[in-house]
Write a protein that binds this ligand. Structure first.
Ligand SMILES: NC(=O)c1ccc[n+]([C@@H]2O[C@H](COP(=O)([O-])OP(=O)(O)OC[C@H]3O[C@@H](n4cnc5c(N)ncnc54)[C@H](O)[C@@H]3O)[C@@H](O)[C@H]2O)c1
Length: 436
């Protein structure tokens, strides 16, 4: 059985790899072993810059026995193929968003990982940051009463002003819905649980767009996805949300508000790990700042949580447990919208207990999950940014696309157990995995 820090390789040494390599270098439970890219010089430069011993192509890195987990930072079109190769090589996989282009591909990977006793996780992990964990705590503490509805807006003129190779943002697997949607939808699912059904409209403003920076500035490229998407979401918990995702607006704007029976919470940008978090109580004309506590390290929090789950899982020496966030069938197949939905307000409750209530947070890996930090079982090593969570978000985005195309509400066929909240003392920079 392996012990000590988990050996990790980053695959895909592009723009976002710098943040991962910087963050992961600061976590003692992670040992960065290798960087891979289709372009060997890119992999070598990234490895040099962060003191990582090995660089090469994907097969080289997959052949390396010290690599136990792959962090897949390739472009969306390569996510499924790279993840499948890594699983076949016996590596655990954490993938950037969107996890795969389609839910069917994600489900296939989840089944393969489960058969091989490997763990699978995926971005975004921003919901593990101080901002969203504080929002979750505020809601569970009853600051807004019972949550009723959420509004999210993310709009801009798109990433081509700053990204040197923006073409992939306008291909299937991206666009504002699949590129930015995961931040908003993952945060919503972490706060309110499974999505039950969606309705949406979608449009594409232009057929070509222009690279705005870097060596290819001025070149045009095709747009093959909708660039303005408006969605309505019903959650199984009874909460409703309306969400806009746009790369067509000259007015850059981010908004995330949750309204409850007692007030409205202004939730921080879910594409960051920080605050601020503000509350406006019913009848008040003022917004009040709420405390924001927790981690702001950056992308990679989900990887260290997963690394600890891998070791806990290995220590169990039994069959692979279902990771937290595992999919469960919809409560009433054929009736995906639970009785608590439209026309049937959420039952009165003394305090909101999180999506699905406290039982939903009980983690099947409990028992193997105690770490040196002394956190309660099930809290410390739950693989919160799980593939099942990523898959539910992917299924939601796919249903949104389908609804926009058909003009009908689209039900979600599976629910997901939302990730358990992080304990207050959760520390990704603690050395909890010791060799022995
Ligand atoms: N750029 C951002 O701000 C940002 C933020 C969060 C998440 N992401 C996500 O991270 C992923 C990567 O984004 P990026 O901006 O770093 O892209 P990028 O184009 O800058 O880098 C991707 C890298 O992957 C490499 N690659 C592609 N296919 C490969 C394969 N089969 N094997 C090995 N290497 C391969 C490419 O050569 C390239 O170096 C995307 O899924 C994106 O949605 C990006």
């Amino acid at each position: 059985m392996n012990t000590g820090p988990l050996g990790v390789a980053v695959v895909g040494a592009g723009v976002i790899s710098a943040e991962y390599l910087r963050t992961l270098s600061t976590f003692p439970d992670i040992r960065l072993v290798a960087v891979a890219d289709l372009l060997p010089e890119r992999a070598a430069a990234a490895a040099r810059a962060h003191g990582v011993p090995l660089a090469g192509d994907l097969p080289t890195v997959l052949d390396e026995p010290d690599v136990e987990l792959i962090v897949n930072l390739t472009v969306p079109a390569a996510h499924a193929q790279v993840a499948a190769a890594a699983l076949r090589a016996g590596k655990h996989v954490y993938g950037e968003k969107p996890f795969t282009p389609t839910p069917a591909e994600a489900e296939k990977l989840i089944a393969e990982a489960s058969e091989r006793g490997l763990l699978l996780g995926g971005a975004p992990d921003t919901f593990l940051g101080a901002g969203l964990q504080s929002a979750l705590r505020a809601i569970r503490a009853g600051h807004i009463g019972v949550p009723v509805a959420a509004t999210t807006v993310v709009q801009s003129l798109g990433p081509e002003s700053w990204h040197p190779e923006p073409g992939f943002f306008y291909q299937p697997g991206a666009g504002p819905l699949f590129d930015l949607g995961p931040y908003y939808l993952t945060a919503l699912v972490a706060l309110f649980g499974s999505v039950a059904r969606v309705a949406a409209t979608a449009v594409r403003a232009r057929e070509r767009r222009t690279v705005g920076s870097g060596p290819w500035a001025g070149r045009t490229f095709p747009v093959d996805v909708p660039t303005h998407v408006s969605a309505l979401l019903d959650f199984a918990s009874g909460v409703s949300a309306n969400s806009t995702f746009s790369f067509d607006s000259a007015h850059p704007r981010i908004r995330f508000e949750v309204t409850g029976t007692e007030g409205t919470l202004a939730v921080p940008d879910p594409n960051t790990f920080r605050g601020p978090l503000r509350l406006r109580a019913n009848g008040s004309e003022e917004w009040r700042e709420l405390p924001v506590t927790g981690r702001t390290d950056g992308r990679g929090l989900g990887v260290v949580d997963m690394a600890r789950a891998v070791r806990a899982h290995e220590a169990q020496a039994g069959p692979a447990p279902a990771p937290a966030g595992h999919s469960v069938p919809a409560a009433r197949p054929g009736h995906p919208v639970p009785a608590a939905l439209p026309g049937h307000p959420v039952p009165a409750r003394a305090a909101y207990d999180g999506p699905g209530g406290r039982a939903a947070h009980e983690d099947p890996t409990a028992g193997a999950a105690r770490t040196a930090q002394g956190s309660p079982p099930g809290q410390a090593a739950a693989n919160r940014a799980s593939a099942a969570l990523a898959c539910h978000v992917l299924a939601t985005m796919t249903a949104i696309t389908q609804s926009a195309a058909t003009g009908t509400f689209v039900p979600l066929s599976a629910q997901v157990v939302p990730p358990p909240p992080l304990p207050d003392d959760w520390d990704p920079t603690a050395a909890t995995l010791t060799a022995g």
